[in-house]
Structures are given as structure tokens and as C-alpha cells.
Ligand binder design. Sequence first.
Ligand code: ATP
Ligand code: MG
Length: 182
Amino acid sequence: MCSTQVESAPKTERLFFALWPSDAVRQALRRHCKALLRHSGGRPVAPENWHITLAFLGTVEATQRACAEQVAAGIHLPPFALRLDHVGHWARPQVLWIGASDTPDTLRSLADRLAQGSRDCGLALDKRPFVNHLTLKRKVDRPPAKLDIKPVDWAVTDFVLVRSRTLPEGVQYTVVNRWPLT
Ligand code: ATP
Ligand code: MG
């Protein structure tokens, strides 16, 4: 009898930490951004995919994921209020986004701690500083004429770890873990 053992490569996932809007916040965003979304061209991000990235981990092995999850579990920060009141356009990546013109200190701390902790787990994160933003559309080559919207108030009570998969029909995000802010 003969058997062949094939060494399988370690299983990896594409992961990022994010703020994940509740259904109510998603609906408010849809309502308040209706005109903006209608008149700005480009390719809309599906509303169920809307999020604010806190730290993008990239391709991660199981042990690195466990390490990053320990970092997340060790963060003790209070809930905070986020007012999405600012529409922005980045010309180079051609992204239309909405964000909070005032970044709460707690949000900055959360993003910084996740990034630093994940680096300590051996992950190579982007060095660019955190900019709070929720991407509404891609491939928007010029800013829309009218950039003002009615602000959306979001009571942030938790943060999540998301798995990103690229499927033929588009990107699919799955929330794989969640930590409360208390
Ligand atoms: P696709 O890459 O298929 O167009 P996507 O950009 O939405 O879709 P991901 O590339 O998995 O999906 O990115 C997930 C989130 O992390 C997005 O909000 C994306 O903007 C952000 N992101 C991706 N790469 C980086 C990076 N190097 N630094 C910071 N954030 C990133
Ligand atoms: Mg991407």
C-alpha cells in the first residue's frame, strides 16, 4: 500500500477591523445620501457592505488572527457618538466617501491600538494615518457639484473583524467576530 502526503499551505484569510453600521444607520445613510448617490456617477458600494475600516490586516494565518483577536479583546474603550457630516472625494483612488469631520479621540485610540497591536502580531499594516471614512462609491473621477448632506448620527457600541472574499459577483464581507465598547 502506498500513500502520498501532501503538505497543505496554511489556511489564510483576508481580514480587517471595522465599524459596522446597524441596519438603522444604513437606512439613515441611504436616505440622507440619496441625492448624492444619484448624481455622482461611478460605481456604488452595496449598502450592506458599507463600513469604516479601522485597520486592514491583509492576508492572515490562523495564529496571526488569534493574536489580533486577543489584541481586540484587550481593548477597553467606551461607546462614542459619530456624526457622519462630511462628504469627501479622493481624486487618485476615485473614491466618494462620507465621514465625520470631527474624529472622536476614542475612535482614533481604537484605530491606533488595533493597528499597533496587529503590528506586534507580526502583521505588516499600511503606515498611512487613520482617516475615518465610509466609501460610498468607487470610480468617481470628479467630485459631485453638491457635497452637502444631512448628517447621520451613529451611536457606536462595538467594533468587528470582517473577512473579505472576492467572488465573481463582487466582494463579499462577513463579520466573523465582534467586541463591545463598554
Ligand atoms: P476590492 O479590493 O475587491 O475592490 P475592497 O477594497 O472593498 O474590494 P478589500 O480590498 O478586502 O475590499 O478591503 C477591505 C477594506 O479595507 C476596504 O474598506 C478597503 O478600502 C480597506 N483597505 C484595503 N487595503 C487597504 C490598505 N492597504 N490600507 C488600509 N485600508 C485598506
Ligand atoms: Mg481593495
